[in-house]
Design a protein around this ligand. Structure first.
Ligand SMILES: Nc1ncnc2c1ncn2[C@@H]1O[C@H](COP(=O)(O)OP(=O)(O)O)[C@@H](O)[C@H]1O
Ligand SMILES: [Mg+2]
Length: 303
């Protein structure tokens, strides 16, 4: 059923053997002559945190866009809990998939609470128009929504800033608020696109805890991230995309040890990877040598 290429002898410890939440098969996305994603299969099961890694331009965000109805894949099929996804992103959210974006997309001039309330509108019977027109039933629904939104703000630790404008939050808190807004649609699957980008190590650590807590709430998570320590700590399973194709998939241990993965990242050393320090030293020495050469002009450069 899955196309997991995990070697049998090193199968990851499955947290809770669950149902397949996300089942993407043969997903291909072309933009004109460019194939950004090529024939990718990926499943996410309930109770799982799955990582998606790969060098810049590998097609990770494009793949996310194919899972959320932002793009309609050129080929392939995406199912959520057995049903083929609708081709509109708001319908995908209503079906149960929520996401955050690589570049934060908040309503900067709305309050923190209002941003979370916006995330709830796919879940309230009244819907967005009723909310805007203050229709009958709106006030009751609003009270329930506010309670839930405050609960979520508490969950991410921003309840004291509920009335602050989103744009006044520090960067790390804006990222958290995006997660709260995504959770407000009561998803069964959460997609996080580089949730720790720009965060300091403490914030990254806190985000790790937050993602575990989200998983423990019964929400499956698929996460794109460049911070390898974060990914390998967090994920039950990791898939590696390189030039649009899935190169390897398996447990953190399997993926970390795979030479193809290491080769794919050459030129983009892992943060904290063994060797990164040495590479930096060599680069510094080379830069130093170059400066000295420049200081003594060579004949062929004179004209
Ligand atoms: N809307 C688009 N139109 C054309 N090319 C795109 C579009 N979105 C992404 N691409 C291209 O697809 C490739 C994969 O990009 P992306 O999915 O953003 O990579 P990643 O998230 O892994 O860094 C890149 O070459 C990028 O330029
Ligand atoms: Mg991206």
């Amino acid at each position: 059923m899955t196309t997991d290429t995990t070697p049998k002898d090193t199968a990851p410890a499955a947290p809770t053997p669950g149902q397949t939440v996300l089942d993407a098969r043969g997903v291909t996305m072309r933009f004109g002559g460019l194939t950004a994603v090529r024939n990718v299969d990926l499943t996410v099961n309930s109770g799982e945190i799955v990582g998606l890694i790969g060098p810049n331009g590998a097609g990770k965000t494009t793949f996310f866009n194919c899972l959320t109805g932002l793009y309609i894949p050129t080929e392939g099929e995406v199912r959520y809990k057995g049903k083929v996804l609708p081709a509109k992103s708001f319908k995908v959210t209503a079906a149960g998939i929520a996401r955050t974006f690589q570049n934060i997309r908040l309503f900067a001039n709305m309050t923190v609470l209002e941003n979370v309330l916006v995330g709830r509108h796919t879940r309230t019977k009244e819907g967005l128009w009723s909310a805007l027109l203050r229709g009958p039933g709106f006030h009751k629904a609003e009270a329930t929504s506010r309670d839930r939104a405050m609960e979520l703000l508490k969950f991410i630790g921003l309840e004291k800033k509920a009335e602050h404008l989103a744009r006044n939050l520090p960067y790390g808190e804006q990222r958290k608020l995006e997660i709260a807004r995504a959770l407000a649609s009561e998803p069964g699957l959460l997609l996080l696109d580089e949730p720790t980008a720009g965060m300091n190590p403490q914030e990254t650590r806190a985000t790790e805890e937050l993602v575990f807590a989200i998983r423990d709430m019964g929400i499956a998570v698929l996460v794109i991230e460049h911070d390898m320590r974060f990914i390998f700590n967090l994920c039950d399973r990791v898939a590696v995309l390189v030039q649009g194709e899935k190169l390897v998939e398996g447990s953190s241990e399997v993926v970390q040890g795979d030479e193809r993965v290491i080769a794919a990242y050459l030129g983009e050393p892992f943060e904290d990877a063994p060797g990164a320090k040495e590479v930096a030293e060599v680069e510094a020495a080379e830069a130093n040598a170059a400066t000295q050469t420049d200081a003594a002009p060579r004949k062929e450069n004179d004209r």
